[in-house]
Design a protein around this ligand. Structure first.
Ligand SMILES: [Zn+2]
Ligand SMILES: [Zn+2]
Length: 339
């Protein structure tokens, strides 16, 4: 199991995040935001295998590359494309889908499931290519942040963050915990190894089930707690275009949610000395970003969404301003900025 990921787009330009969760049995592909030119480094086949398109919000720099994504996926034959985003998602996607003339579509496959994340509800609609993207409203679902979608090998979480007068959605993919048989615990148990060990690793078998081990009948849950080791899965968070102040409930909530994240990818729009500007534009600074990563105890912080007001010579200075607070900070390696 692993999460592979890369930042798309250049420094001072639109950025996005492409991620693949490979469980060994399945490969699930995600795109977080879709700014202008962000898809240029991906092959068509990679763009066509993206299952989940997760928008933080719909400011132009996060959606301007959508036409290219749509062109390659509007009539995808296999599985639906799932689109996620905050308020406005259904309206914006509806308008996007209707930005073309449809008259040669009747035999075309293609299905899009669009979910608008609000504070208490998930609002869903389906759009089919063969129906010229007429909107079919699906039933709303209650939403209790952060869990958005649970799959066997991973789950997707979301958190709404303030970005001026609108919400920006932060996302986190979390791999399911890994379980392994502990050989020394098995030796100490004096139980004879056999096919029954596989039952302990099979999530479909409940803790209350009973299995035969030699002459004995034992409870699966008891054997699991005695013989299994559990390793938490890797996690990857995309947090962009927001402003929270230290000491507030929003700050504390964000830090608590991000606690222990493996890879945190966060906006870093402004230098600490430009905090007034950052505040006015509802963005973060090097100082604040470093502070969040440090308080949340993440493993690694990667910066993106640097303002184009800064010269290339300042990009490393920005990284170092963050590093002074949180040492495990990097710029995306794809940017190839020399240390
Ligand atoms: Zn932005
Ligand atoms: Zn924005």
């Amino acid at each position: 199991m692993a999460i592979e990921w890369e930042i798309l787009g250049q420094p001072g330009a639109d950025n996005a995040l492409h991620a693949i969760v490979d469980s060994g049995q399945s490969r699930d592909s995600f795109l977080f935001d879709c700014g202008e030119g962000c898809l240029r480094s991906l092959r068509s086949a990679e763009i066509q295998s993206i299952r989940h398109l997760c928008f933080s919000h719909f400011h132009m720099d996060h959606v301007a590359g959508f036409d290219g994504f749509f062109r390659l996926n509007y009539n995808r034959p296999d599985v639906p494309v799932e689109v996620w985003g905050p308020s406005d998602t259904l309206a914006v996607m509806h308008h996007r889908f209707h930005g073309w003339t449809w008259n040669l579509h009747h035999d075309q496959p293609g299905e899009w499931i669009v979910t608008e994340i609000t504070e208490r509800e998930l609002k869903k609609s389906r759009f089919r290519t063969r129906d010229a993207f007429a909107e079919e409203r699906l039933q709303n679902r209650p939403y209790l942040s952060p869990l958005l979608l649970q799959e066997k090998a991973w789950h997707l979480e979301a958190r709404l963050l303030p970005h001026g007068s609108i919400f920006s959605t932060a996302y986190r993919i979390v791999e399911s915990p890994r379980h392994n048989i502990d050989p020394s615990a098995l030796r100490d148990s004096a139980l004879l190894p056999g096919p029954w060990l596989k039952s302990l690793l099979d999530a479909a078998i409940s803790d209350d089930a009973a299995i035969s081990v030699g002459e004995q009948t034992l409870r699966v849950g008891d054997l699991r707690s005695q013989l299994l080791t559990t390793t938490p899965g890797t996690s990857l968070a995309w947090v962009t275009d927001f402003r929270v102040e230290p000491g507030t409930a929003d700050w504390k909530g964000l830090v608590d949610w991000l606690r222990g994240t493996t890879y945190l990818v966060m906006e870093c729009q402004y230098r600490a000395s430009d905090d007034l500007l950052a505040f006015r534009n509802a963005h973060m600074t090097t100082q604040l970003v470093g502070q969040i990563a440090a308080e949340a105890g993440v493993c690694q912080l990667t910066l993106q969404h640097l303002s184009r007001r800064y010269m290339p010579s300042e990009w490393l200075i920005m990284r170092d301003e963050v590093r002074a607070i949180f040492p495990h900070t990097e710029l995306p390696k794809q940017w190839q900025i020399k240390v």
